[in-house]
Design a protein around this ligand. Sequence first.
Ligand code: NAP
Ligand code: MG
Length: 452
Amino acid sequence: MSTTYDVINPATETIVTTIEHYDLAATDATIEKAAKAFETWRNVTPADRGAYLRRFAAVVASHKEELAALEIANSGHTRGNALWEVDNVVNVLTYYSAAPERLFGKQIPVAGGVDITFKEPLGVVGVIVPWNFPMPIAGWGFAPALAAGNTVVLKPAEYTPLTAMKLGEYALEAGLPDGVFNVLPGKGSIVGNRFVTHPAVRKVVFTGSTEVGKAIMAGCADQVKRVTLELGGKSSNIIFADADIAKAAASAPGSVFDNAGQDCCARTRILVERSAFDTFMEHFEIAVKKFRVEDPSLATADMGPLISRKQFDVVQTFLDEPIAFTGSAPTGPGFWMAPTVLMPKNVQARSWREEVFGPVVSVMAFDDEAQGIAMANDSEYGLSGSIWTRDVGRALRVSRAIETGNLSVNSNSSVRYSTPFGGFKQSGLGRELGPDALDSFTEVKNVFISND
Ligand code: NAP
Ligand code: MG
């Protein structure tokens, strides 16, 4: 572990702590340890494996304030979000703690004997986590992976390793055997890439940029390694004139500026039916100006800073179109940016086409249902989206027509741990969460037993 890394508080630009990074040798040693631990973990009885996960959940829950404070300092997440994120880890662990005893196979009628299927664990699963939601995205990978009988190596993003490192400690405190759940802070090019190339890692779960995701998929092809990808998004918030416009407008800032817009589900395109456009914009401006950007440790904060100077600089390059209005943000140290509403001149604008990952939203009008659908689908991405209408038939038609994995009607919520999450098109491959996620962490084995 040769190099050190200074973890920065994005709200103050001060050093939170300095950590050691895993190098290649330490990464290999940990992967081998996880491979060894797999031999016993896979044979822990289903009820006992469930009990381990419930104990892990209980230890995480007992450190709720500590984990939330760490995420506020490391990631600039608002206190409200950080507390939700700890709860999400607890809920996901608890949800999948019921899975080992429900990992059912099938009995299939055949001639001459009995045919049964088993869902076998894969081995070591590598989870690569981005910096935008360090705790939840880690949990969506490690909880079902462990439940299915795999061991886990997890690489947090360089910017945001602290809560993941704590979760690694809590797993041991909860009694999980050494080597079952391993957290390896380090560089993507070293630790993350080794998950792709090391033959003992049998699956990679990656969340992050589409660019790196494509490289990981290509790398995994070499060993036909299983891969789940959760990548970028350019999601639409489609508001029809018959909707509760005041409600849609009041809820729109949260759908894109939450987590300072650093959310793959951010609704960065707002499409408003032309006859309601002016009314929507009046209400939306009031809501944006009320959106509180401030010290994220305050319970009143709606939004904190961006994660880094680099991310701040990238986001500024998207301010390429007329600005309708902005909210406000603190000045001084920290990577602060005011929520910004653009009115692009046409659909070729970069801010309309590309993922921003910052507090910038673009608004355009559409004339009818068909045009609204076409504008929303005009993207290489397909992760999330919202539809606001009081017309049930229209809600159903538009839901079925939009090419994305997660839609909400008269709501902007994207994620529930009990329902599947993932993307169409270049937003990803596979699904996380919900009842079927175990299938992504197991292989089906078919066994025929002869009557003879
Ligand atoms: P990224 O490079 O895709 O990083 C995601 C994770 O992959 C990090 O843990 C990263 O490690 C790791 N990684 C990087 N290169 C790797 C490689 N060659 N092999 C294996 N792992 C590798 O994302 P980013 O640079 O942090 O952000 C860039 C843009 O990606 C954002 O502006 C946003 O548009 C998008 N993004 C999307 C999501 C999402 O939830 N879909 C999340 C984050 C970012 P390091 O920390 O060491 O780089
Ligand atoms: Mg990167």
